[in-house]
Design a protein around this ligand. Sequence first.
Ligand code: ADP
Ligand code: MG
Length: 249
Amino acid sequence: MEREAQLSFLELQGVSANYGRQEVLTDVSVSIAKGEVVALIGPSGSGKSTLLRTLIGLNKPTRGTVRLAGETIGYDQAKSLRRAREQFAIVFQQYNLFQNMTALRNVAIAPQIVKKRPKAEVEAEAAKLLERVGLGAKLGAYPDELSGGQQQRVAIARALAQHPAILLLDEITAALDPELVTEVLDTIRGLAAEGMTMLVVSHEMAFVREVATRVIFMDRGRIVETGSPKDIFENPQTERLRDFTAKIL
Ligand code: ADP
Ligand code: MG
């Protein structure tokens, strides 16, 4: 059982989801092992963000099951959902930091308030996390004193403060000026090297090629192809993936 849970730490089977009556995710099945970095690629509107939102229960699946560490998540059961949400941390394109708080407080606030952990302890941990994302010198800085790339790294540290089993990243470099993208990707690269399990939506194809253990190509709410970066970029099996890579590379 333990071994099975390791082999497929997160497992989606036939997951579908709607916005209103419109189905935007259809029959998605994926299995992710611990330590994998799975990249989710595909055209705008193909359902990548919806997939992440569905995992954390912001959209409820209309069909299918999601298993995490061998346990099926009950999206209609508050307790099961709460337990699952503790294992996922998500970082969005918009970092949404608290403007009136320092970098350190932005990272420490949730563990302190939500988990009711001692302030000194969470602040010491927040300082370490900020060091880990290369911001050891900016603990006392407010968001408006930081660059976009630095703010996004604070958001990553904030997500890590939750001790997630899986980190979900949704186009976290998309709003950044090109010269700031590298520092954020370097941070993700570091987390990958440390063995962090991640599901990453990204348009940075060079980065996906280098860091992803597996790539999933989605189109119109479905998984169209999945494979190693080499398979996906050098040997696409479908016209849709060929079109997509031709446009983006
Ligand atoms: P991606 O992240 O791949 O660009 P999304 O998951 O955001 O795609 O969107 C998938 C589909 O769902 C699109 O057709 C989009 O228009 C639709 N959609 C996304 N968000 C909403 C929403 N809040 N309400 C209604 N439809 C939505
Ligand atoms: Mg999106």
